[in-house]
Design a protein around this ligand. Structure first.
Ligand code: SIN
Length: 291
């Protein structure tokens, strides 16, 4: 599909755009791929209506952007499953109703996520995203200067591992933890590798700022997290069946509202592997942006 046929309509001031004129079911021409990559970099999360993709087509699309991730716990168990189905039912309440970025507790967290809406409730179950570029840009220059270069330790946390142990048993969890390692350190302000823009890289798996006392760290992280989640940095998507969302994990957080419970809601998602986050004091724009 020629680039000129792709229409882009922003859905909020901070981030998010709906794209029209791309049909992803039959694969994507090089030019369509470039338009999609450009739109993701410009808008951080993009939405396409009416994209009834098979599992294979969903994965094939993601593969155009890089290596499709295997969730670290599954990988440690020897699995190579890359597609995840999240199904909320009366007996399985929604679990993603909190601001997060996926799997920041590993050294190289995912760069992109691809989510298809398979079954949508009559009301509720919207998903929200925030722009971590907008959140960083809105801080005072004095606070930006203070936090640039700080590092944060991210870990899944005891509560998470306890819940995995309920499903798999203590022995297997101990084996898995040995393989996936114990958390990861990331910059608090992250340079986007494709655009050179700075993002406030906050996420729910943050444990503490390296080198600070516990109370100082908690106070600053709580403030920055609350700041990043302000309404003015958000967009919100009301799903229809067969919608596809693609978002940049390097500069967003997301949250799936659980207000549809106990109605059913089913989505299918995968992520693409990312690189190790870094901070570069001087923002720069690489000559060849790529998503
Ligand atoms: C997630 O990726 O956290 C789930 C998003 C959603 O279900 O809308």
């Amino acid at each position: 599909m020629p680039e000129s046929r792709v229409q882009i309509e922003k859905i909020s001031g901070a981030l998010g755009a709906e794209l029209r004129g791309l049909d992803l079911a039959d694969g994507l021409e090089e030019q369509g791929l470039e338009s999609l990559e450009r739109a993701i970099l410009d808008h951080h999360v993009v939405f396409l209506r009416n994209q009834p993709l098979s599992d294979e087509a969903h994965l094939a699309l993601a593969r155009r952007f890089g290596e499709v991730s295997v969730y670290p716990i599954l990988a440690a168990m020897g699995s190579d499953v890359t597609l995840e189905v999240i199904e909320d039912t009366e007996n399985s309440a929604p679990k993603a109703d909190h601001w997060h970025t996926d799997v920041t507790w590993i050294p190289e967290p995912p760069k992109l996520a691809f989510l298809s809406a398979c079954e949508i409730p009559a009301y509720g179950g919207d998903t929200l995203w925030v722009s971590l570029h907008a959140a960083y840009d809105a801080l005072s220059p004095a606070l930006q200067e203070r936090i640039d270069g700080l590092r944060v330790f991210h870990d899944a946390g005891d509560e998470f591992w306890d819940s995995v142990a309920i499903a798999l048993g203590d022995e297997q969890v101990a084996q898995i933890r040995k393989q996936v390692g114990s958390g990861a350190e990331h910059p608090l302000v992250r340079t986007h590798p494709a655009t050179g823009r700075k993002a406030l890289f906050v996420a729910s798996f943050m444990q503490h700022i390296v080198g600070m006392y516990e109370d100082e760290s908690r106070m600053l992280l709580d403030f920055l997290m609350a700041h990043a989640c302000k309404v003015e940095f958000q967009c919100r998507w009301r799903w229809q069946r067969d919608d596809l969302a693609i978002w940049d994990e390097r500069c967003t957080m997301h949250r799936a509202l659980g207000d549809h419970y106990p109605q059913r809601r089913r989505v299918r998602r995968c992520t693409v592997d990312g690189d190790r986050p870094y901070f570069e004091p001087e923002a720069h724009v690489p000559s060849q942006p790529s998503a």
